[in-house]
Design a protein around this ligand. Structure first.
Ligand SMILES: CCCCCCCC/C=C\C=C\CC(=O)SCCNC(=O)CCNC(=O)[C@H](O)C(C)(C)COP(=O)(O)OP(=O)(O)OC[C@H]1O[C@@H](n2cnc3c(N)ncnc32)[C@H](O)[C@@H]1OP(=O)(O)O
Length: 237
C-alpha cells in the first residue's frame, strides 16, 4: 500500500509500504496514484514528499507479482508523468535503496535527497527487461547518454556519492532523509507556484534536445521485449 499523510505546514507525505523492501505491487502503484491525486487536488497542499517505510525507499517492481500477472492495469510510467505534470514540487526521500521502478519513481520527482549509505540502480537487465517507466528518458536527461547507458546496461547499483557526482540525486545527508526532505519541501513550498512552474518549464525546454519524454521506447516495444525475455512469461515457457 501507500499511506497518505497530511503534514503540518501545507505538505503531504506519501509513504510506500510493502515489506520487506517496499516493492511496487499493483496495490502499491494504486496507492501512490490515489495519494498523488489527493495531494494534487488539495489546494492547501503546497509540496509533496515521497518516501518508503521501515528505512528503505523501494527495490523496484514487486517481482512476486511478475509470476502471477502477464499484464498490469496500472502503469508506473503514467504515475511518473502525473508527478511531472503536476505544478506542486515533489521530493523523493531515499533511504537505503532506490532500484528499478523505485528509481524511476524518484527520477520523476523534482528533487531527490538520499542518505549517504543509500544505493541506486537499474537492475532490470538482470531480469531481461528494460526500465520501461520513463527511466530510459529521465536518466539520460540528468546524466547524459553515455553514463545512462552504462548504468542501464550494466544493471549495477551505485553509491549515493557516485549518484550525487553524476547528478542523479541532488543532496546527500547523514541524518534522516525523510526529515531533510520535509524541511526542504517546506522551504521550497514558500516560493510561488508560478516561479516553480517557470523554472520547471525552462528545465524541460533545455533538456528537450534529448528528445520527448516518451520518445525512446514505445509501450508496445517494451511489452514485446518483456514477454520475449522474462522466463516463464512467454508462451507458457
Ligand atoms: C510487478 C507489479 C506491477 C505493478 C504495477 C507496475 C509497477 C512496476 C513498474 C515498473 C517496473 C520496473 C521494473 C523493475 O523494477 S525490475 C527491478 C526489480 N528489483 C530487483 O530486481 C531487485 C532485486 N532484489 C535485490 O537486488 C536484492 O534483493 C536487494 C533489494 C538489493 C536486497 O538484497 P539483500 O539485502 O541481500 O536481501 P535479499 O536479497 O535477501 O532480499 C530481502 C528480501 O526482499 C525480497 N525482495 C527483494 N527484492 C524484491 C522485489 N523487487 N520484489 C519483491 N521482493 C523482493 C527478497 O525476496 C527477500 O525476501 P525474503 O526475506 O522473504 O526471502
Amino acid at each position: 500500500m501507500a499511506e497518505f499523510t497530511r503534514l503540518q505546514n501545507c505538505l503531504a507525505l506519501i509513504r510506500l509500504r510493502n515489506p520487506p523492501v517496499n516493492a511496487i505491487s499493483t496495490t502499491v502503484a494504486r496507492g501512490i496514484k490515489e495519494s498523488l491525486q489527493k495531494a494534487i487536488t488539495d489546494d492547501t497542499v503546497k509540496a509533496i514528499v515521497i518516501c518508503g517505510a521501515d528505512g528503505i525507499f523501494c527495490a523496484g517492481a514487486d517481482i512476486r507479482e511478475f509470476k502471477v500477472h502477464k499484464t498490469f492495469d496500472i502503469q508506473l510510467g503514467d504515475i511518473v508523468d502525473e508527478i511531472q505534470r503536476n505544478k506542486k514540487p515533489v521530493v523523493a526521500a531515499i533511504q537505503k535503496l532506490a532500484l528499478g521502478g523505485g528509481l524511476e519513481l524518484a527520477l520523476g520527482c523534482h528533487y531527490r535527497i538520499a542518505h549517504a549509505e543509500a544505493q541506486v540502480g537499474f537492475p532490470e537487465v538482470t531480469l531481461g527487461i528494460l526500465p520501461g517507466a520513463r527511466g530510459t528518458q529521465l536518466l539520460p536527461r540528468l546524466v547524459g547518454v553515455p553514463a545512462a547507458l552504462d548504468l542501464i546496461i550494466s544493471g549495477r547499483h551505485i553509491s549515493a556519492n557516485e549518484a550525487l557526482k553524476l547528478g542523479i540525486i541532488d543532496k546527500i545527508v547523514n541524518s534522516d532523509p525523510i526529515e531533510e526532505s520535509i524541511k526542504f519541501a517546506q522551504r521550497i513550498s514558500g516560493q510561488s507556484s508560478q516561479e516553480l512552474q517557470m523554472t520547471s518549464d525552462m528545465v524541460a525546454d533545455k533538456s528537450s534536445a534529448l528528445g520527448p519524454p516518451k520518445g525512446y521506447t514505445s509501450k508496445a516495444t517494451i511489452e514485446f521485449f518483456f514477454y520475449l525475455t522474462v522466463p516463464g512469461l512467454c508462451c507458457g515457457m
